[in-house]
Ligand binder design. Structure first.
Ligand code: BT5
Length: 324
């Protein structure tokens, strides 16, 4: 947080319900009125509701809801997912912190939640845009006793849990795009990043990173994302409680994860296929080394994508970017 921002918030705190003029704010803080205005716009983007009245100035009507450990815990019904939460306002990447706690033997179900990520990451060193107070940026630590090769199944499991949670809280119909995207009306609303800590063939921990665009407005996305990304707010037209969505995801995730440990991937696979948009369609799978075009037949019992090309050969795709 910049010094100007801190002083601005302090000024509003001491003003209480009273209005503060732009001129007055500029004087207290010792910056230009343009700078004040710029910071007020920033606050609006972060979810502060400010009233502006001519000849009077500004006052804060509502502060953004946060997703602190306490806020998430109130109303939490799970037994182990999200029972241990590490909350941070601002962080490089929650994945990084989760790796740290995972190697310090944090209990299974520990979750790191941040209000903003300065260098949120996607797969293959891509960036994940994670602006303050508007989305869910979190990483979950799991310690399943499964072979290394089954780890990708947990990405699919997480996707099902998130879709179910979104359906529970909105009227939207999300669609899963293999392996790690959730789309609404063709635009990406969620990305999932699964990382591992393992020795030989033994999994020490799996870290599932979840990024969900919740309350962003279209202009909150950088230009290059505006056509491919969306938020629940944009699609539903209503602000959603991030804390409640997090709790709902924890609840759905714990149910599916318990089922998975008990019965294996099959029940998850059946649910996943019900939400997958691309099965039966012609798609392009782009991997690091080659691109295959064909019909997506489905996923195997291991969670691997099966693609049938024009010659009828069936390819097994372990990781790729999909174009529909
Ligand atoms: C992903 O990668 O979709 C995985 C994203 C995982 C983010 C979470 S947030 C919590 C945890 N901590 C982290 O640092 N990461 C995880 P991938 O399939 O590689 O997609 C990345 C691409 O999605 C980018 O290259 C952009 O095109 C696009 N993108 C970036 N930010 C986005 C956003 N907020 N919404 C939608 N699309 C976005």
């Amino acid at each position: 947080q910049s010094e100007i921002r801190k002083e601005l918030l302090d000024a509003f705190t001491s003003a209480g319900d009273a209005f503060l003029s732009g001129q007055h704010l500029a004087e207290i803080i010792g910056c230009s009125r343009t700078a004040v205005w710029k910071h007020i716009e920033e606050l609006r983007k972060e979810g502060f509701e400010l009233e502006a009245v001519r000849n009077k100035g500004y006052r804060i009507l509502k502060t953004p809801e946060k997703v602190t450990a306490d806020e998430v815990r109130l109303g939490l019904t799970t037994n182990f997912i999200g029972r241990n939460i590490h909350y941070v306002e601002s962080v490089e990447s929650t994945q990084k912190i989760a790796h740290h706690y995972a190697s310090e033997n944090a209990p299974e179900g520990t979750v790191i939640i941040a209000e903003e990520q300065m260098s949120g990451r996607g797969r293959m060193a891509r960036k994940w845009h994670s602006p303050k107070y508007t989305g869910i940026w979190m990483s979950m630590i799991l310690r399943p006793n499964i072979p290394l090769s089954n780890a990708p199944q947990l990405t699919l499991l997480a996707a099902v849990a998130i879709v179910q949670a979104i359906e529970e809280m909105t009227d939207l119909i999300p669609e899963i795009k293999w392996p790690n995207d959730i789309l609404i009306n063709g635009k990406k609303v969620t990305g999932i990043l699964t990382e591992l800590q393992a020795e030989a063939d033994r999994i020490h921990s799996i870290i599932i990173g979840i990024g969900i665009n919740v309350n962003q407005k279209k202009e909150d996305f950088p230009l290059e994302l505006q056509e491919i990304a969306t938020s629940l707010f944009i699609e539903e037209g209503e602000t959603l409680s991030r804390a409640e969505l997090i709790r709902t995801i924890f609840k759905e995730f714990e149910k599916l994860y318990t089922l998975y440990l008990d019965q294996g991937f099959l029940p998850i696979k059946i649910l996943w296929e019900g939400y997958a948009g691309s099965i039966g369609k012609f798609i392009k799978a782009r991997t690091l080394n080659y691109t295959i075009e064909g019909k997506a037949l489905g996923i195997t019992n291991d969670g691997v994508l099966q693609l049938e090309d024009r010659t009828g050969t069936i390819h097994h795709i372990y990781s790729a970017d999909i174009e529909i």
